[in-house]
Design a protein around this ligand. Structure first.
Ligand code: FAD
Length: 419
């Protein structure tokens, strides 16, 4: 079949590779550089963690909303002027985590998607000839002490129940693994199966280049809709003309919402804006990917230097970045690693802001569109899109081939939002 993949982030790139493996003719529609700065896939923390199963929305979240509105520098901030626009998504988001049972369900579904993320990525990186981009030396969740770890007992119990394997590290073991870490951290959980990507944007670019070497076509255009004859897809409409195809996959990250609407599905999709800073390698480099419990940012040793990524800001896609939030990440870096000095922080820092494509219930949308089974959704991966890109590509290819998926993906269908 002729299949158009709309968007060349990690989800579109993964989907293209799986479709090529099945022998389809693939056209990748992407207006910008694949894996470029416009994409969430460029600037994320690079974590491939089977433990990233805890949703953002938890019981009692609503009580914290006034604080999020009042404190623009907190780990989750809501910009006042966008509150009316955000309200329907926020209500849905808070309801999705209003009971422990709902959180347990979401965690269980995410664990199915995340379970073998590091090995899937290692296989992709090997296949495209860049095995150096995926490292598998584990991920550290660091705490000031055991009491701080136990304060998150619910999350770690959920992880255990969902098969996430971790090992507790004493202060000595922790500092042996990450000698640069401040002595204020004396306890950690090590997820040994976890992996990380040392250049997420370069990785996506390498996947697309490989896809092109395998025969995929690249169209530099922005998809704007679909040419349908009844339920049959004739092509994807773009700002540079129509791309004829038998099937199309919507994998345009945060920009998927309007395309999904044109395919018959209204999806509560919102940008959870996040930030990163990169301290260049010649200034400082850490040994291990590590998440300090008091900042909740992913620290990742990348090829360019130490990347510190995190923060959640609810505003709009077009709102200007608030770079003060990137500076909060730098401040945390100074308390996490004493060797990060003010002079390191002053020179050559890269600051970035991007859009996590987040559904209100914390799960991606994967499946057929309502208007036509020739159009498939593959977006809404929120906080875990890098890790779950390859499994998403596989699921889309299975659906198109009419193969049974490895697990029941009806829970990911667009139809869940119609109820
Ligand atoms: C600060 C931060 C930290 C994160 N950390 C992690 C992490 O550690 N691990 C993890 O798994 N996930 C993480 N994430 C989430 C992850 O980055 C995203 O879920 C994932 O990158 C989404 O991939 P995507 O392919 O759906 O979208 P994107 O990467 O945004 O790609 C979408 C592509 O579609 C293109 N496009 C847009 N509109 C159109 C159109 N109309 N036609 C054609 N193309 C179009 C865009 O140009 C873009 O290239 C993080 C995100 C952020 C912001």
């Amino acid at each position: 079949m002729q299949i158009a993949v709309i968007g060349a982030g990690i989800v579109g790139a993964s989907t293209a590779l799986d479709l090529l493996k099945d022998g389809h003719q693939v056209t990748i529609i992407e207006p910008e550089c694949p894996g470029g700065r416009q994409a969430a896939s460029y600037g994320n923390s690079g974590w491939l963690s089977p433990a990233s199963i805890i949703p953002m929305s938890m019981p009692g979240l609503w009580k914290k909303v006034p604080g999020y509105l009042a404190d623009p520098s907190g780990p989750l901030a809501i910009r006042w002027r966008y509150l009316a626009h955000l309200a329907p998504w926020l209500v849905h988001f808070m309801r999705a985590g209003s009971t422990a049972a709902k959180v347990e369900r979401t965690a269980s579904i995410l664990s199915t998607l995340l379970r073998d993320a590091p090995s899937r990525h290692a296989a992709v990186a090997e296949k495209i000839g860049r095995p150096d981009l995926i490292c598998r030396k584990g991920l550290i969740y660091a705490y000031p002490d055991r009491a701080a770890f136990e304060a998150e007992a619910f999350a770690w119990r959920l992880r255990r129940e969902n098969g996430v394997v971790y090992r507790e590290l004493s202060a000595t073991e922790l500092h042996a693994r990450e000698p640069h870490l401040s002595s204020r951290y004396s306890f950690a959980a090590l997820v040994e199966d976890g992996g990380h990507c040392v250049d997420p944007g370069g990785y996506v670019m390498a996947m697309i280049e490989y896809a092109i070497r395998q025969g995929a076509t690249r169209v530099h255009a922005r998809a704007i809709g679909f040419d349908l004859a009844g339920e049959r897809l004739l092509g994807v409409l773009t700002d540079a003309g129509t791309v004829a195809c038998d099937k199309a996959v919507i994998a345009a990250g945060i920009h998927s919402k309007s395309l999904a609407a044109k395919a018959g599905d209204r999806i509560p999709l919102q940008s959870e804006r996040g930030y990163h800073v990169v301290i260049p390698t010649d200034q400082f480099q850490a040994d291990m990917p590590l998440m300090p419990s008091d900042g909740k940012m992913g620290n990742n040793p990348t090829l360019a230097g130490l990347r510190i990524a995190g923060q959640v800001e609810l505003a709009s896609v077009s709102a200007a970045p608030n770079w003060a939030r990137a500076d909060i990440l730098l401040k945390h870096a100074r308390t996490t690693y004493p060797a990060v000095t003010d002079s390191a922080v002053d020179s050559g820092i890269d600051r970035w802001m991007g859009h996590r494509p987040s559904t209100a219930d914390g799960l991606p949308v994967i499946g057929f569109a309502s208007a036509s089974r020739d159009i498939l959704h593959a977006f809404g991966h929120g906080h875990v899109g890098l890790a779950t890109g390859p499994v998403s590509g596989q699921l889309v290819a299975d659906l198109i081939a009419g193969r049974d998926c490895a697990f029941d993906i009806s829970v990911l269908s667009a139809g869940r939002f119609r109820a």
